[in-house]
Design a protein around this ligand. Structure first.
Ligand code: ADP
Ligand code: MG
Length: 173
């Protein structure tokens, strides 16, 4: 198996953490679309959004997805990558898509514990758990519809890696 592997799911579900470990386990390269955009624009997500709006950010995000994708690579995507149909089709057709599923409470707990990880502007100033519940309500069907495998993101990172490896083996068989 050499296909690119795309990690999708809401902010905080562990795409970067798990994707990185999975790449080590498989001997694949690892890229993170958010980090790639930060490095190529020299701006944070918040700065891009302030200057170019969410529309500008989403355009850059689609371009980044195509630029970083290659075989033998794990691609951790931004939480909103699935919003554009073209991105969904690209990931589904080009590779294997892993959805790390977590509920709003868990996502909020992780983001509150590590606020420096959540560098996206909050949309409303409301409690983070409420915001994540809204995000999931809007995106859950997209994540599931796109995913080749849905993995429980509440496990420890090592367990998630093992679950993903098992899912990959079962689909390769
Ligand atoms: P994402 O890339 O999906 O936004 P991250 O990998 O950055 O998520 O993880 C968000 C936060 O949650 C980080 O502080 C990370 O250390 C922590 N984290 C990620 N996966 C797990 C896990 N399986 N169990 C506990 N904490 C985790
Ligand atoms: Mg990430």
């Amino acid at each position: 198996m050499t296909h690119p592997i795309f990690m999708v799911g809401a902010r905080g579900c562990g795409k970067t953490t798990v994707g990185h470990q999975l790449a080590q386990a498989l001997g694949y390269d690892f890229v993170d679309t958010d980090l790639f955009m930060q490095q190529t624009t020299n701006m944070t997500v918040a700065e891009v959004v302030a200057q170019e709006g969410w529309h500008g950010f989403r355009q850059r995000e689609s371009l980044a997805l195509q630029q970083v994708t290659s075989n033998r690579c794990i691609i951790a995507t931004g939480g909103g990558m699935v919003l554009a149909e073209a991105n969904r089709r690209f990931m589904h057709d080009k590779g294997i898509v892993i959805y790390l599923h977590a509920d709003a409470e868990l996502l909020a707990q992780r983001l509150e514990k590590n606020p420096e990880d959540s560098q996206r502007p909050t949309l409303t100033g409301r409690p983070i758990a409420e915001e994540m519940a809204d995000v999931l309500a809007a995106r859950e069907a997209l994540y599931r519809g796109l995913a080749h495998h849905v993995i429980d993101a509440a496990q420890r990172p090592e367990e998630i890696v093992a679950s993903v490896l098992k899912a990959l083996r079962s689909s390769a068989a």
